[in-house]
Design a protein around this ligand. Structure first.
Ligand code: ADP
Ligand code: MG
Ligand code: MG
Ligand code: MG
Ligand code: MG
Ligand code: MG
Length: 686
């Protein structure tokens, strides 16, 4: 979530005189970091997850599940609990999970207290670590409250009472929303500032239109009767009537509708900058695939949507582009027409690897020419210069009056101010000043799952995939326009079983003549130096740069240049994950090959197999995605009128059901494996 210091944030108009200064010094700060860290070598694998939680409050009498707006108190209690645990157990404070504020005042984010290492033991501790976090939060709740990991709360912004305590949306000074009170937003100063500044910079409220799911009784055309079209409190109130709210859609008008969704993120450290760039690129095409596979958000503002994912909602909810930047008016005050919101999919591959052919970067990417010149003049290669110069077409969204003139050597605030508000599917993270942390890659597209079993399974899967990519030197490149097309497909209802996605057919650096899924090239000898560990670095730079042919070359690779011709095709999710024919092993195929190369105890292997089986079964459709399960629960509820409306009662029963599933008190054999054991079983955590 980036910077979280306190201080006095400037209103948008007051921050305008400083924007250019912050951009300029942000680049100065980046250049200092670059000089310090560009040759940094030998960092080991460290990694961690981020899980976002929602706090609920159940009113059993009224059959209403509300969002409990108690982030501040719960965070404070968790903080003192952590201090307590450490002093009583004389434990290592870093072993106590860390909780952060998230954008909604009903949200928390939890991470491991210190990152996991590359050991198999740590791989096995992920789920326990996640469960422990949930348990710590639960200990702070009252009897009628719950903590759940759901991506979108179905009745956020619906008529009636959806928060505890209740607040009236007609006083929403920072969002001017028709539906949400300001109290829905975290009291942490960063969040209301971001929201107000997105609206002010854009020049209007954000307008998000999610296609409605037409059920048999949904009126056509669908004109939402719950929008207060004739409210006249804030100047933007008429926008809904004047075209911002589209028919046949669920209209959302505030940043919190998107930022208030939860997700699951993974960050891992690379041994050096080039390895980080390779891993980043390889995971770009994986972003939409995992979005579709983890789909978990089919409902918004009391209605069933025709999409299963949050991504476009959050992209539109943070869209601070002016009309000029959106191409609606000729450029006069702004420099660039910008095709995407600052929350969206990656625009550029950045690896210097020869596999990264220029034609893969095939979409229009506006960038700041002066910054680009400054970076290249400093000696930074054109790809990375363009990446940074592209991030820096955005304005800082939160300027703090006491943090403007800074020591550019000791601080990276201005760089991070822009870097951390470019919310893309992947984030390429540079070391902070004065820190032992190396180059990192963050994988950001996944939706949070109902149970920690699933959250651990997908986290471990991505971590292992990143190891397989680096140790086998895999090539996942497809033109980035195809990745963007996949992002759209990934969000469609039922995408995991209904859609096809562009994916690369040949993923090994040199294609063995008779490659079969069981014949994936073994990791280099050099990896066996770390037999019981997942640490892979250094030496693999050689085999994964596309030049070496591993002795299997069949002439298709000459000095790293592959021959022309279609290297990708449309595949189903089952094919992409589980493999297709003899040619394509699937992402699970390469992960399994990697797992087989590790020296693991039987029990550890069983656990890994359980995780991989979940991924496999979600991909082949024998288990439902969370989104499909939630949609079907709603549609088969006795009180559902087949009109797309999710009533308080339906929502109440759904939230109860999700909490019970997580605890293992309710079976869901179409969602989870039959041997799923919920958190009602006390596994002896803190
Ligand atoms: P952000 O919100 O900016 O993505 P967080 O601090 O919330 O960052 O989460 C970062 C994740 O990275 C956490 O899971 C943390 O455990 C993990 N992490 C911390 N240090 C390292 C490191 N050196 N290398 C890789 N991951 C790390
Ligand atoms: Mg993050
Ligand atoms: Mg977060
Ligand atoms: Mg975070
Ligand atoms: Mg952070
Ligand atoms: Mg978030």
């Amino acid at each position: 979530m980036g910077l979280l210091f306190m201080g006095k944030p400037l209103a948008w108009e007051d921050s305008i005189p400083y924007l250019e200064y912050i951009r300029e010094h942000g680049i100065t700060q980046f250049l200092y970091l670059w000089d310090r860290f560009k040759d940094r070598e030998g960092d080991t694998l460290l990694w961690g997850d981020e899980v976002e939680y929602m706090l609920l409050s159940f009113d059993a009498e009224a059959k209403n599940a509300k969002l409990s707006l108690h982030q501040t108190e719960i965070l404070a209690n968790l903080q003192s609990l952590a201090t307590d645990i450490c002093s009583h157990t004389r434990g290592d404070p870093t072993s106590v999970p860390t909780f952060h504020p998230e954008s909604g005042s009903y949200m928390l984010e939890g991470t491991p207290g210190s990152p996991y290492t590359g050991s198999v033991l740590d791989l096995l501790s992920v789920e326990r670590n996640m469960r422990n976090r949930r348990k710590l939060v639960r200990a702070e709740l009252m009897a009628h409250e719950a903590v759940v990991t759901i991506t979108s709360f179905p009745r956020l912004g619906s008529p009636g009472v959806f928060t505890d305590p209740y607040y009236d949306p007609s006083h929403a000074q920072s969002s001017h929303s028709l539906f949400l009170p300001d109290e829905i937003t975290s009291a942490h100063v960063r969040f209301p500032t971001l929201m107000a500044n997105i609206r002010r910079r854009r020049g209007s409220k954000v307008a998000i239109n999610v296609p409605i799911f037409f059920d048999v009784n949904t009126p056509r055309p669908f004109v939402d009767p719950t929008i207060p079209y004739d409210r006249r409190i804030f100047p933007e109130d008429p926008e809904a009537m004047n075209g911002a709210a589209l028919p046949d859609h669920i209209y959302l008008d505030a940043t919190e509708f998107g930022m208030g969704c939860s997700c699951l993120q993974i960050t891992f450290q690379a041994c050096n900058v080039d390895e980080a760039r390779r891993a980043y690129d390889a995971l770009v095409p994986v972003g939409p695939i995992m979005l579709a596979l983890t789909a978990a958000s089919p409902a918004y503002r009391g209605y069933l949507a025709d999409v299963d994912c949050r991504w476009s909602v959050i992209a539109a909810s943070t869209d601070d582009r002016t009309e000029e930047e959106r191409g609606l008016k000729p450029l006069r005050h702004n420099k660039h027409v910008i095709p995407k919101s600052r929350y969206d999919s990656v625009d550029l591959y950045i690896s210097k690897d020869l596999k990264n052919r220029p034609e893969y970067n095939d979409i229009f990417v506006p960038y700041d020419e002066d910054i680009y010149k400054r970076l290249t003049t400093h000696g930074i290669d054109t790809l990375l210069s363009k990446h940074v110069a592209h991030l820096f077409i955005r304005d800082p969204l939160a300027v703090f009056s006491d943090r403007i003139e800074l020591d550019d050597i000791a601080c990276s605030d201005h760089f991070e101010s822009i870097q951390s508000t470019n919310w893309q599917t992947l984030r390429f993270k540079i070391s902070p000043p004065k820190s032992p942390i190396g180059w990192r890659v963050e994988f950001r597209s996944m939706e949070v799952q109902i149970t920690d079993f699933e959250n651990a399974a997908f986290s471990v899967f991505i971590l292992l995939l990143s190891r397989a990519i680096l140790s086998f030197g895999l090539n996942f490149y497809v033109p980035i326009s195809k990745v963007d097309e996949n992002m759209q497909r990934a969000q469609q209802r039922g995408a995991a079983t209904q859609q096809k996605f562009f994916f690369r057919k040949r993923i090994y650096p040199a294609e063995p003549r008779h490659s079969t899924p069981s014949e994936v090239p073994a990791p280099s000898e050099r990896s066996s130096a770390t037999i019981n560990s997942l640490n892979i670095h250094g030496p693999f730079a050689d085999i994964s740069n596309g030049i070496e042919t591993n002795g299997h070359g069949d002439g298709k690779y000459v000095n790293g240049h592959e021959e022309r011709g279609d290297k990708y095709e449309e595949m189903t999710m089952a094919e992409i994950i589980n493999g297709k024919g003899n040619e394509f092993p699937g992402l699970l195929g390469v992960v399994n090959a990697y797992l087989n190369s590790l020296n693991m105890e039987f029990e550890s292997k069983q656990r890994m197999r359980a995780y991989m089986a979940l991924v496999k079964r979600r991909a082949d459709g024998s288990l439902k995605t969370c989104a499909t399960w939630i949609r079907e629960f709603i549609r088969s509820h006795p009180a559902y009128k087949h009109d797309s409306v999710i009533s308080e009662e339906i929502n109440f029963d759904l939230m109860k059901a999700l909490d019970e599933i997580e605890r293992g008190m309710r079976v869901a054999h179409d969602l989870l494996p039959t041997d799923y054991v919920g958190s009602k079983i006390d596994d002896g955590c803190l």
